[in-house]
Ligand binder design. Structure first.
Ligand SMILES: Nc1ncnc2c1ncn2[C@@H]1O[C@H](COP(=O)(O)OP(=O)(O)OP(=O)(O)O)[C@@H](O)[C@H]1O
Length: 588
């Protein structure tokens, strides 16, 4: 357990951890040893001169005082090491999560990681702060008392010692027999938390479906599973708890019978028997607490195992000798990529010269967004190479690559803060004037004027207090402020109404100016202006060329264009740019 804790935390904590454990062990020995002084106290009290007990009583009081000081110091040390480890663990987990491929973050993981980062970490780190001292005390104190008994009376000491292997065997057996149940119970608990998160997030969908009062069946099922799993886990631990109680009772009874037998035979006096029984009673409490502490330790162990699994997940590999690309042209060379065993990008080769715009078009599920994500190295390719400025993205440090790329997604996430804070995320060290200029270019100033708080208006969690179009303007302002030479746009305007779309469109035009752009778009107005268009289907490029070339070819892109024609035609009329399009290809 401790080894696992140190592996998860890092071995820099080994020294303070060992020091604390030594202190806790000394404290437990001090506790057990202090009971040794009860022997002369009881002997004197039951002997001919009870007054002789006074100096021993004073010594006993002093020993208890020493124990109290040690206990305070060791508990404090446990708390300090525990909280330091907790802080270290938060940093370690945070650093690791930031280096994991974006693909690792599936929806289920969000719930799992949030439980792990809150309850899981506290429970795992609570081992040092709260469980280690009672555990060491529950093991070492009884052993010390038995050593005192052995010194006091060999036969009775041996009888007490016989309980030790039985207690150890019960603990080991309970640990093994409950491991599966505990793991299942923890697993179901994590699942249920994920369902609760889902339930909260799905409120609008559930209500839209008219399920306001009805309970969420998936969550109900999950909670029922938690109940069953925790019942199974409790039942599997029960024989261990009962076994431990019976063993302690049996030890006590054996000592009582043996004491009575020895006393009747005249081998020892009543005072000695009483002393042994008092010592045995002092053993009982810590031994019985082992059952509860064991349960806590097992729970913490399963949380630690979870943390261990996350920390062992391979992060995106950083290059040993990173190369900084000098140019910003983009290239895919025979790229293949799979989600699990499903090929999503299949032998794709394409290039985008610096400063040009490539549009990626195709049916839903064709792999368009995945193509963008491979460019930003959200995932590593399974075959082939993705290059930025002629350099394999795997040879560029994540920091440098991310500094060169600005990404605008259809779904914008804003942090719970002011509009200004959210725009500033694009470049935290930007000056006031730069932030304002980016906002104006993204036509965010119109939004700011409307909002009661202006720049200081709070956007709410995830940007919930803004409309979709307003959120999109914030994200474009963010990207403009970043001023990256490469821009990736993923269906930025697909979900917007015409007014917002026009505003966002202006911002996007400014964002794209003079930059290397790859855009995934359904609105053909944007696509038409691209220098080059690739039509993707089933992860393969099936057509490639300029808008006019592809229309003339009359293939998949032309079909696509025909389906979208009403809006395309309108767009063109609005822009008065129909001149470049081949006559007769425009839908009637
Ligand atoms: N995280 C994921 N895990 C497994 N499969 C995924 C994941 N993300 C996407 N896919 C699958 O990969 C395929 C390509 O997805 P992608 O999002 O790239 O398509 P797309 O062309 O952008 O689609 P759309 O136009 O609908 O957004 C889809 O079939 C999708 O189901």
């Amino acid at each position: 357990m401790i080894r696992m804790l140190l592996r998860v935390l890092g071995h820099e904590y080994a020294v303070p951890m060992r020091r604390t454990m030594v202190l806790m062990t000394i404290t437990a020995i001090a506790e057990g040893s202090s009971y040794a002084l009860l022997v002369p106290v009881l002997r004197a009290l039951f002997g001919s001169a009870p007054g002789d007990a006074v100096p021993w009583l004073i010594a006993f009081g002093a020993a208890v005082a020493v124990y109290a000081v040690l206990r305070y110091t060791s508990d404090l040390s446990g708390m300090r090491v525990g909280t330091t480890m907790l802080r270290g663990m938060y940093h370690r987990l945070g650093d690791h999560l930031a280096r994991l491929p974006i693909g690792w973050y599936s929806s289920g993981r969000v719930g799992e990681v949030s439980v792990m980062a809150s309850r899981g970490l506290l429970q795992a780190m609570g081992v040092v702060a709260h469980l280690l001292a009672p555990f060491i005390s529950a093991c070492v104190t009884p052993l010390t008392i038995i050593a005192v008994m052995l010194a006091f009376n060999g036969r009775m000491g041996l009888a007490a010692l016989a309980a030790v292997p039985i207690v150890a065997a019960i603990q080991i057996w309970t640990g093994r027999s409950t491991a599966a149940g505990d793991a299942e119970s923890a697993e179901r608990g994590h699942e249920a938390t994920g369902r609760v998160v889902e339930y909260l997030q799905a409120q609008p969908v559930l209500r839209a479906g008219g399920r306001t009062a009805e309970r969420f069946r998936l969550l109900d099922d999950s909670l029922r599973e938690v109940q069953h799993a925790s019942r199974r886990s409790t039942l599997s631990a029960l024989p261990g708890v009962v076994g431990l109680t019976l063993t302690v009772q049996a030890m006590f009874t054996v000592l009582l019978v043996l004491g009575a037998y020895l006393a009747l035979g005249g081998d020892i006096g009543a005072a000695e028997v009483l002393t042994i029984l008092v010592l045995a009673a002092r053993c009982a409490d810590p031994l019985l607490s082992l059952a509860e502490i064991g349960g806590g330790l097992r729970g913490a162990r399963s949380e630690l195992a979870r943390l261990d699994t996350v920390l062992r997940t391979e992060p995106l590999r950083e290059p040993r000798e990173p190369i900084r690309p000098e140019r910003h042209d983009l290239e895919f060379e025979s790229v293949a990529f799979q989600y699990g065993d499903r090929t999503v990008i299949d032998d794709v080769s394409l290039s985008v010269p610096e400063g040009q715009r490539l549009a990626v078009v195709g049916p839903s599920g064709a792999g368009k967004s995945t193509l963008l994500q491979l460019l930003a190295r959200f995932y590593d390719v399974d075959a082939g190479v993705v290059r930025v400025g002629g350099v394999d993205v795997r040879a560029i440090s994540t920091e440098v690559l991310m500094a060169r790329i600005a990404i605008v997604f259809q779904d914008v996430y804003l942090f719970d803060g002011t509009i200004e804070e959210n725009v500033r995320l694009g470049r935290p060290d930007a000056g006031e004037a730069e932030v304002r200029a980016a906002a104006t270019a993204a036509r965010l100033d119109e939004v700011i004027e409307r909002l009661p708080g202006g720049w200081a208006a709070n956007v709410g969690e995830g940007g919930a207090l803004l409309s979709g179009g307003e959120r999109q303007r914030v994200s474009i302002a963010r990207a403009l402020l970043k001023n990256a030479p490469i821009v990736l746009l993923d269906e930025v305007t697909s979900a917007l109404d015409p007014v917002n779309e026009a505003a966002v469109h202006d911002g996007i035009e400014r964002l794209m100016a003079g930059r290397t752009v790859v855009m995934v778009a359904h609105r053909l107005r944007t696509v038409r202006r691209a220098d080059r268009i690739v039509f993707l289907d089933g992860g393969r490029i099936v057509e490639e060329g300029s808008h006019d070339e592809l229309l003339r070819r009359g293939g998949r892109y032309a079909d696509f264009w025909n389906v979208w024609s009403p809006s395309g035609e309108k767009d063109m009329q609005k822009e008065g740019r129909a001149a470049g399009t081949a006559p007769g290809i425009l839908p009637a």
